[in-house]
Write a protein that binds this ligand. Structure first.
Ligand code: URA
Ligand code: CA
Length: 437
């Protein structure tokens, strides 16, 4: 079979057979295949779409172009995936809490790119922490500690790696079958049997409408179930940074403050809701209320923080950060952002707020950029909060010149005279039994 035949079939909207999709995945994983042919097929898929069974087939054959892990961790291996946000540190909170409840979290995470942060960059801000581990160590830590978070190895879904790098530059990112198959190919290869999806909705999210979020969540749940995985999904708000801290070490600090019970807020709320779904998929709780109760107990008795310390130590990091967050990297300078007027914080362009952290050094524009682990900001106000002119509303942490980051953050914030309507944090859910609410 030649790639041109697949391009011609998709060009006229034909459904590709499993055998044809297998060819496509093999071509994508083969370095000798020209970019332009893969790009043409991606565009044909972007325009003509794929059926649910076609999408599920593509996902599985993409996963099978690389290693397929079968984690033996003494329980049901569970994972969580977020479609990406700002100040979105739920993994660092829920992984230890779920582990403290007896769960086995096998998590492969990505690095930040563009306006969204990445869990791997956050963890690497902890002195000594290793995110690249041999597979045996990864699985041993998941088994013994109950959670392990590593970067995705190059051996996982190589077809996706190639296609993803082309999609960015060919206008083919915004396709639900392509997004769903890209994310789920890596999740299937990672071997988790229970997968919880956090699909973000709002000004800082990949998906901007509820309808698109639900279509994506349903597509991903459908793919997982067809491969024998148990699935659940939440649609959660990303119309402002989820936590108050944005930046790598800053987000680790916020996660520790929350696990230590010093700080509460929406970030904790979303982490608990996602963690509850993970306990349900782990068969460790029979309903959501019981799952939440278990997680809150692990939070209140300190066993969650203890798990986080164990995981950090097992992965080579300095576990003392759990008692003393001043051991995390900091920056030479801080600069306050002042409220420009009296009023209410009404709207945040969250993508731009993410770019502000990137401009301060917390993120990268290209894959090769180095990041400054201490850089970022703490936002003191949430949407709906009242502000007085001249009051500090954020503190920027930086080594480099602050001007661009300060300009981006200040122009991302909009103030009104009257209090805006605030939206619920959890916007929709797809339960493990497929029921939507
Ligand atoms: N994340 C992925 O891994 N793939 C996509 O297509 C979009 C987000
Ligand atoms: Ca089950």
């Amino acid at each position: 079979m030649a790639l041109i035949d697949l391009i011609n079939a998709k060009k006229v909207g034909q459904e590709l057979s499993t055998a044809q999709l297998q060819e496509f995945a093999a071509f994508a994983a083969d370095k000798a295949t020209p970019d332009y042919q893969l790009a043409a097929l991606l565009m044909a898929i972007r325009i003509n779409g794929m059926s649910p069974s076609e999408t599920a087939d593509l996902t599985l054959v993409m996963a099978q172009t690389g290693d397929m892990l079968k984690p033996e961790v003494g329980g049901i291996p569970v994972d969580k995936h977020s479609t990406g946000g700002v100040g979105d540190t739920t993994t660092l909170i829920l992984a230890p809490l779920v582990a403290a409840c007896g769960g086995k979290v096998v998590k492969m995470s990505g690095r930040g790119l563009g306006h969204t942060g990445g869990t791997i960059d956050k963890l690497e801000s902890i002195p000594g922490f290793k995110t690249e581990l041999p597979e045996e160590d990864f699985l041993r830590i998941a088994r013994e500690v109950g959670c392990c978070v590593v970067g995705q190895s190059g051996e996982l879904a190589p077809a996706d790696k190639r296609l993803y790098s082309l999609r960015d530059v060919t206008g083919t990112v915004d396709s639900i079958p392509l997004i769903a198959s890209s994310i789920m190919s890596k999740k299937l290869a990672g071997g988790a049997m229970g997968i919880v999806l956090d699909v973000k909705l709002g000004s800082g999210a990949l998906m901007k409408t509820m309808e698109d979020c639900m279509r994506l969540a349903r597509a991903m749940c459908d793919i997982g179930r067809r491969s024998g995985r148990e699935m659940a999904a939440l649609i959660t708000a990303m119309d402002e940074p989820l936590g108050s801290h944005v930046g790598n070490a800053l987000e680790v600090k916020e996660a520790i403050d929350m696990l230590a019970g010093r700080v509460q807020g929406p970030l904790m709320e979303v982490a608990l809701q996602l963690g509850a779904q993970m306990l349900l998929l782990s068969d460790l709780a029979t309903d959501e209320a019981q799952a939440l109760e278990m997680l809150k107990k692990a939070l209140n008795d300190g066993s969650g923080l203890k798990k986080f310390r164990q995981m950090i130590k097992a992965q080579g990091g300095d576990g003392r950060v759990c008692e003393d967050t001043s051991l995390l990297p900091t920056t030479k300078h801080t600069t306050a952002l002042k409220a420009p007027r009296d009023g209410y914080l009404a709207r945040i362009n969250t993508e731009q707020a993410g770019m502000a952290a990137q401009a301060l050094g917390a993120g990268r524009l290209t894959k090769e950029d180095a990041i400054d682990p201490g850089a970022g900001y703490v936002l003191y106000k949430r949407i709906g909060d009242r502000v007085r002119k001249g009051e500090d509303i954020a503190l920027l942490h930086h080594n480099k010149d602050v001007k661009r980051g300060l300009d981006l953050l200040s122009s991302a914030l909009e103030f009104f005279d009257t209090a805006p309507q605030t939206m619920p944090l959890i916007r929709a859910r797809i339960a493990p039994d497929g029921k939507e609410s």
